[in-house]
Design a protein around this ligand. Structure first.
Ligand code: SAM
Length: 381
């Protein structure tokens, strides 16, 4: 299922030495084992040990993921398996952080050399920006320092940590440039809106921009903008985009209030943003999308596969593991929210909202969004 490829080198990504590479590949392969092999053993324990007891004691509860999770937890195997999943995540960062840390000066010098001065695109940072409270509460997916940590003035090293770490985390399954999910979004968009020809595009929650750059190739006539809360990621994104020959305007801003004028964009997208936005704030982001779009403009978002309504309660327990053990507090909850209802409440016409899937690597990635009504129709409504 996973077609693992080596990561493509670029000027900002340090080359690991032999031992660092060995540690990183071990962490990746251990994660692969935990994610793809161990669940088969967990299922055997469930089918042979836990499910028969649940069926006897409370047949109606046996289909409830919460009950199944609790029963599996008590039995002990799930506790061990998900403990190991947590260990695999921490091992991954332990294999990446020191490799970047000891080369942080080198990374920052390259970021400055590429990013400073005139050239492709632009970078606008806000020295008074407040990182949203929900992003400060935990180090998301256990990445030490989260997205926004800066260890010195104009630090961008956290970008390299995420660049290498997210590639290993995805088991090399999202392409050698880490951009497979962005490409999948573009493909799904083209299928839904074959006439799409945006003049200005905004990517919300772009991090270091690996899923922003495919927009440059797909829509060469368009002006591409991207926002994120994390300054180190944006510095890295800007330099990396220049190194790869792409024009993008990067800006530090909150996705709930980006600061761009009303109706400025024809297309507003995001890639795996929403499972990291506080669920009570999803509506605020949709309202901002509506405000930013020109009449007839489109907003479209891709996020982690939607397995949460599966009739198999053990499966739901397994895919919800990150909520409980990987500092991903909103992972499952985002999927339980009424995204189409929230889009409609944000001002998009009911009939224009959608929630479907975009297949990639055999997985059903969540794909949702809406088209803003044309002005005349909206005024008449
Ligand atoms: C999982 S990452 C998204 C990654 C990126 N789009 C990609 O394709 O890999 C989530 C990003 O959203 C950003 N983010 C979350 N909430 C935000 C907010 N309210 N305003 C701005 N950025 C936010 C985080 O800083 C982080 O970089």
């Amino acid at each position: 299922m996973y077609q693992s490829v080596p990561q493509r080198h670029h000027a900002l990504l340090p080359r690991p030495d032999h031992d660092e590479q060995a540690r990183q590949l071990f962490a990746r392969d251990f994660r692969r084992y935990i994610l793809l092999d161990v669940p088969q053993h967990t299922r055997r324990v469930y089918e042979h040990t836990v499910k028969p007891v649940l069926l006897e004691q409370a047949p109606e509860a046996a289909s409830d993921p919460v009950t199944v999770r609790e029963a599996m937890w008590q039995q002990g195997f799930l506790r061990a398996a998900q403990g190991l999943q947590r260990v695999s995540q921490e091992l991954l960062w332990n294999a990446v952080v020191p490799y970047v840390e000891c080369r942080a000066d080198e990374v920052n010098a390259r970021v400055r050399a590429l990013g400073d001065g005139p050239g492709r695109g632009s970078l606008t940072l806000d020295p008074d920006f407040d990182v949203p409270a929900y992003l400060q509460d935990v180090d998301i997916h256990c990445m030490p320092g989260n997205y926004h940590a800066e260890y010195g003035p104009n630090d961008a090293a956290q970008g390299a940590v995420y660049d290498r770490g997210s590639f290993l985390y995805a088991l090399g399954g999202v392409g050698d440039c880490n951009d497979g999910i962005g490409r999948t979004l573009i493909e799904a968009l083209r299928q839904r809106y074959p006439d799409l020809a945006p003049r200005r595009i905004l990517d919300l929650g772009c991090t270091m921009g690996h899923n922003t750059l495919p927009l440059c190739e797909a829509f060469p006539e368009a002006e591409i903008h991207a926002v994120d809360a994390a300054a180190p990621m944006l510095r890295y994104a800007h330099a990396r985009a220049r190194d790869l020959g792409c024009d993008v305007h990067w800006r530090q801003a909150d996705v709930r209030a980006t600061g761009y004028p009303d109706g400025h964009f024809d297309l507003v997208i995001s890639v795996i943003l929403f499972h990291e936005v506080h669920p009570d704030e999803i509506g605020a982001v949709f309202r901002e999308c509506h405000r930013l779009l020109a009449p007839g403009g489109i907003t479209a978002h891709i996020d982690i596969p939607d397995y949460f309504k599966s009739p198999d309660p053990l499966f739901v327990t397994l895919v919800d593991a990150d909520t409980f053990h990987n500092n991903e507090p909103f992972w499952g909850e985002m999927h339980r929210r009424d995204l189409e209802g929230l889009l409609a409440s944000a001002g998009f016409p009911d009939r224009e909202t959608f929630r479907s899937i975009a297949p990639m690597g055999g997985f059903p990635w969540s794909f949702f969004g809406a088209r803003r009504a044309a002005e005349v129709a909206e005024a008449a409504a």
